[in-house]
Design a protein around this ligand. Structure first.
Ligand code: F6R
Length: 254
């Protein structure tokens, strides 16, 4: 595992986009796992810029998103499908049939989780999975205490995650209570993982994930046993780690 220090959010976004574009150039038909939230917005902007310049081609790329709120339609502005459309998919040449995301409108969790796992298995593995991390250490919507060996499943969001996501909704009451998410098992099966984190509110989660014990109480800590993880984080998110470890431009190897 290697941790890279970015000066700020812009620098982080450029570094992350560089890693994703290297993957796309090396394997034009790669399967890329995507995340939503505030962290990857700058990364997606950078990828769009390079696409517009003619430097990137997504025509053979297949994407799989980590998660979706249960109960929201793809047209709902709060859905992750809508987020992906507006922040990446409608701006680059990823074919609609190659972009996958859990179906928030499927009411039966068993049906949807089975369907999504089938999609994931049929792709022959995710080449690069982009991840953000929650302030409580969650990855995808795998909340603290969640079993490490789950595949796609339906989760009840914790109060902490509802609080954190309320900023995107008109009121806290509008935040859905359930979500479909890839499980830790799906995430760990990715051939490589790129985790990005920005801001001081991620400092504890990053420290605990990479320097603490491996425990379901900190879902991100499972990444310590994955053999190809790259972390790109800004100085604020790394603040606790930087108190104990120096991170040079070549990155810090764990
Ligand atoms: C999003 C996701 C979440 C976020 C995490 C961080 O698809 O799976 O785990 O990555 O909640 O969110 P932000 O980036 O908004 O701080």
């Amino acid at each position: 595992m290697r941790i890279y220090k970015a000066k700020d959010y812009n620098d982080l976004s450029r570094k992350a986009a560089n890693i994703i574009s290297a993957q796309i150039i090396m394997k034009p038909d790669a399967v890329i796992g995507l995340a939503t939230g505030a962290s990857p917005i700058g990364t997606y902007k950078q990828l769009i810029e390079w696409y517009n310049k003619g430097d990137l081609d997504f025509s053979e790329i297949r994407t799989v998103n980590l998660d979706e709120y249960k109960g929201l339609s793809p047209d709902d502005v709060q859905s992750y499908a809508y987020f992906m459309k507006t922040n990446l998919l409608s701006h680059v040449n990823i074919l609609p049939e190659n972009a996958n995301i859990p179906n928030g409108l499927e009411e039966d969790p068993e049906v949807e989780c089975k369907r999504y796992d089938k999609v994931l298995h049929s792709m022959g593995g995710i080449d690069l999975q982009l991840l953000g991390i929650g302030g409580n250490g969650h990855i995808g919507f795998n909340e603290p205490g969640n079993n490490f060996d789950k595949e796609t499943h339906c989760v009840t969001l914790t109060e902490a995650t509802i609080d954190a996501n309320a900023r995107f909704f008109e009121s806290r009451d509008d935040v859905p209570k359930y979500a479909y998410t890839m499980g830790i098992k799906n995430i760990m099966q990715a051939k490589s993982i790129l985790l990005i984190a920005s801001g001081e509110e991620k400092a504890q989660a990053l420290y605990d994930s990479f320097y603490g014990p491996i425990t379901p109480n900190v879902p991100g800590s499972i990444l310590q046993i994955h053999n190809h993880v790259t972390v790109v984080a800004d100085e604020a998110a790394l603040s606790l780690i930087l108190k104990e470890h120096e991170i040079t431009t070549g990155g810090h190897v764990l």
